[in-house]
Design a protein around this ligand. Structure first.
Ligand code: F6P
Length: 343
């Protein structure tokens, strides 16, 4: 078979490991020819490709980023976009395309399959771990590891100065990274989008902790966190050209309020894109490898309109339609159960 591969949306550690696994399994097991599209859907529209072979992918397993480049945006941004994708598939003689992406990219892939019958298989990627249908996405474990290491370092400087450190992590509208990194890093408290916060309550809990002679505190805040409506003024949200809310900065608001209301010396650390950079953890490399092999197998099984997902210890197919622009929230049992460790 001739199979196309693209990476869409924000990058995350492990993209190259997935591509490498697709190529290995494709070439070695099936004698396939793999074609990489550059810069996501733009490469499909403009037919900008690169050959993906065992040779070209050599050494890429531990490399962060994506050899294919990636971009936000969708063929549905223009009226002719979907037809252009279909035309490329025909012109290049492709039997299928493997789309590696997050919520946005996989929702587009699902729509292309449903409306135009295109032969697409998905692989769920994102550090945010917010894709419905899969227990876990690749990149998440690496981002949690990076955030945890940062929190470990912040403990010692916070203790030296008796400070409150407010650490902002990514995750869009889900608090998975904050919850996992908060538990793993022994945070004082974790603030997530799924539970709008009460700034009075945050300050009361910090004051109580400091009254009992514990001075340093680490408050992990997910970028999508917001106050209980009517309790705190925050600036109007701004949006990017794709209509996604631009997140980042809620930790400044929380830190300012903590400092003003409690008098504690407070600092902000925004981990930002550091969480998306560099080499994937061993766990993610294995997950990526299993996803990549399963994705090319699914193409050969004719499982179009599906993605490969992790369920327990298995990698299985699931409908792309499950994604549908939704954001998978943190498991409430996990978050509530962790409260015993927080102030
Ligand atoms: O979805 C992954 C993610 O890193 C989010 O956690 C974050 O809100 C967003 O992407 C940042 O996007 P950009 O790369 O466009 O700054």
């Amino acid at each position: 078979m001739r199979v196309g591969v693209l990476t869409g949306g924000g990058d995350c550690p492990g993209l190259n490991a997935v591509i490498r696994a697709i190529v290995r399994q494709g070439e070695r097991t099936y004698g396939d020819e793999l074609v990489g599209f550059l810069d996501a859907w733009d490469g499909v529209r403009d037919r900008k490709t690169m050959p993906l072979t065992i040779e070209t992918m050599r050494g890429t397993l531990p490399k962060g980023g994506t050899v294919l480049g990636t971009k936000r945006g969708s063929p549905f941004d223009s009226s002719s976009g979907a037809a252009e994708v279909a035309a490329t598939i025909t012109a290049l003689g492709l039997h299928g395309i493997i789309v590696i992406g997050g919520n946005g990219t996989l929702s587009v892939a699902s729509r292309l399959h449903e409306t135009h019958g295109l032969p697409i298989v998905g692989v769920p990627k994102t550090i945010d771990n917010d894709i419905e249908g899969t227990d876990v996405t690749f990149g998440f474990h690496t981002a949690v590891q990076i955030a945890t290491e940062a929190i470990d370092r912040l403990h010692t400087t916070a203790e030296s100065h008796d400070r409150v450190m407010v650490v902002e992590v990514m995750g869009r509208h889900s608090g998975w990274i904050a919850t996992y990194a908060g538990i793993a890093g022994g945070a004082t408290m974790v603030v997530i989008p799924e539970k709008p916060f009460d700034i009075d309550d945050i300050c009361r809990r910090l004051a109580r902790r400091h009254e009992s002679n514990r001075f340093a505190s680490i408050v992990v805040v997910a970028e999508g966190a917001s106050p209980i409506p009517g309790t705190l003024d925050i600036d109007e949200r701004t949006y990017d050209r794709f209509g996604h809310v631009l997140l980042g900065g809620i930790s400044d608001v929380i830190a300012r309020e903590i400092a003003e209301r409690t008098g504690f010396d407070t600092r902000v650390v925004m981990l930002g894109h550091v969480q998306r950079g560099g080499t994937p953890t061993a766990y993610d490399r294995v997950l990526c490898t299993r996803f990549g092999v399963a994705a090319i197998n699914l193409v050969h099984d004719g499982g179009f309109g599906q993605m490969v997902v992790a369920r327990g210890s298995e990698i299985v197919p699931a409908p792309l339609a499950l994604v549908d622009g939704r954001s998978k929230p943190v498991d409430p049992a996990l978050f509530d159960g962790a409260q015993v460790f927080f102030a």
